[in-house]
Write a protein that binds this ligand. Structure first.
Ligand code: GLC
Length: 483
């Protein structure tokens, strides 16, 4: 272990801890010394950003902060009927927050929604942000899914440490919290696919980037959360939800594995697609036109590479490679073992493009010129090869390492970590890097970004003790409906 960097990361992670009435409840997004007006919401604890922090704490054997975070955010969850009652930190926060019914432009929040982030002010006021304050007023669909995933990791950590008395998921308020999240995700909507339909920018990519509809990252989080919920839901308490999860999960899995998968064979099949097919037996269900396949795709996947595409809809395959969605699909088992190997093979093959100097590109390739103008709305933060639009995010080191361990390609993770270690400490743990090679610190990147620090630590801990992988993967038992 490169101990100096690890020690520094551990110390920084500790400094980022946020408290509520002297109890640790989360970590701030970034701990850079900036003027208050420049701070925006980087002093908040984001649910998605806390996941690598929480995993790092669990791997260090510190469960309290993760338990507190789960209780705290559960108490903030939109729950109109106010049926959730409970004790301890949950009870305190609930009491404090309850009654403040949140209306956004006169519309009540969807029941079950979890905030994107929350703030504890200097006089201990709690201020959650469900998107009503966020830049672009974006909906944090991923928060509830990450929350279930972290809850499962916490329960697993208690089991591994042989501390069943610390488990929380079976408490009545937690059961209701899971049910509310599932209800909002599984509810009937104007859609005909087993995937989840979401508005633009509903996850880590929280700016306009053409990621509305059925983006891969949301589908892989959805899949992971459904699998986790199957473990945590008590049958008697939530018979209906459990049944719905059981029927949705195999449909979702099959759909993604078949329709989002792209390898040379599939590209050739698309080239031969019939179009304008009417009727239930149509092969080209979404009426994809052959000349919508970008030129870079076929040579890029090479002969043995493959990946899950970014999105699928009417007349539309989003061919961009989104790293987080592909890596999470490997971790949760949404991708088959063969597909997982092909994705890792592709990462190796396209090392210079996907890793460059700093692992790892959030998506590849960047939107350029007219596409950038029309799809991002001329967003200057998302110019080509910057930020969400082809920028490099060191936080992805943790999911890359987990995926590499799961596919037994540990050398990929080791090489990526080593590369990152060249820069992270001297560069003061930036949020992201810019450029085709990821070799300059992002133009507007925060320094001392907590998930950069935590992502690195999780990657190191995973390599050090592969048993940690159990926190975020599932056993070998096949999913429902599979052979
Ligand atoms: C930016 C990122 C988002 C992250 C937040 C806090 O808004 O796009 O994914 O959660 O910063 O770090």
């Amino acid at each position: 272990m490169n101990s100096r960097i690890v020690e520094e990361a551990q110390a920084r992670l500790k400094q980022s801890i946020m408290t509520y009435q002297q109890q640790p409840v989360g970590t701030v997004a970034a701990k850079e010394d900036v003027l208050e007006e420049e701070q925006l919401n980087y002093g908040h604890c984001f649910v998605r950003d806390f996941v690598p922090s929480g995993l790092a704490f669990l791997m260090q054997g510190e469960r309290e902060i993760v338990r507190n975070f789960l209780e705290f955010t559960l108490a903030l969850q939109s729950d109109r009927a106010g049926l959730k009652k409970g004790q301890g930190l949950f009870g305190e926060v609930r009491q404090h927050w309850q009654g403040k019914e949140l209306l956004i432009d006169g519309i009540r929040l969807g029941e079950g929604l979890m905030p994107a982030s929350f703030e504890v002010t200097s006089n201990q006021e709690i201020e959650p942000d469900f998107g009503q304050r966020a830049i672009g007023r974006v909906t944090p669909v991923d928060s509830g899914l990450w929350w279930i995933i972290l809850l499962r990791a916490y329960e697993k950590a208690c089991q591994i440490a042989n501390r069943p008395e610390e488990k929380i998921a079976h408490r009545i308020e937690f059961q209701r919290g899971i049910q509310l999240i599932l209800d909002i995700c599984l509810s009937k909507r104007f859609d005909m696919t087993p995937t989840m339909l979401v508005p633009e920018a509903a996850f880590m990519i929280d700016r306009r980037m053409g990621v509305y509809g059925h983006p891969l990252e949301i589908q892989s989080l959805f899949h992971h959360a459904l699998r986790a919920a199957r473990y945590e839901l008590l049958v008697n308490e939530s018979y209906i939800e459990k049944r719905e999860v059981d029927s949705r999960l195999p449909l979702l899995t099959k759909y993604i594995r078949e329709r989002y998968w792209l390898d040379p064979k599939r590209v050739r099949a698309i080239y031969r697609y019939q179009t304008e097919e009417f009727g239930e037996t149509a092969l080209n269900k979404f009426n994809i036109y052959e000349n919508s396949v970008p030129e870079w795709v076929l040579p890029w996947v090479d002969r043995k590479g493959g990946y899950l595409v970014g999105n699928l809809g009417v007349g539309w395959i989003d061919f961009r490679f989104f790293s987080q969605g592909n890596l999470l699909s490997i971790i949760s088992g949404l991708a088959t073992p063969e597909q997982s190997n092909s994705i890792m093979h592709l990462i190796e093959l396209q090392w210079s493009k996907l890793m460059g100097n700093m692992p790892m590109k959030l998506c590849y390739p960047a939107l350029e010129e007219r596409d950038w103008e029309s799809i991002t709305g001329c967003d200057p933060k998302n110019v080509p090869w910057s930020y969400h639009n082809g920028g490099s995010w060191p936080v992805l080191l943790w999911s890359l390492t987990a995926a590499a361990l799961k596919t037994k390609k540990i050398e990929i993770a080791e090489r990526a970590i080593q590369q990152a270690e060249h820069y992270l400490l001297d560069d003061e743990w930036p949020e992201y890097y810019d450029g085709k090679n990821g070799d300059v610190i992002g133009r507007e990147a925060r320094l001392y970004q907590t998930w950069t620090i935590a992502g690195y630590l999780v990657a190191k801990y995973l390599i050090q003790d592969r048993d940690h992988l159990k926190l975020i993967t599932f056993g070998d038992e096949p999913e429902l409906g599979e052979e």
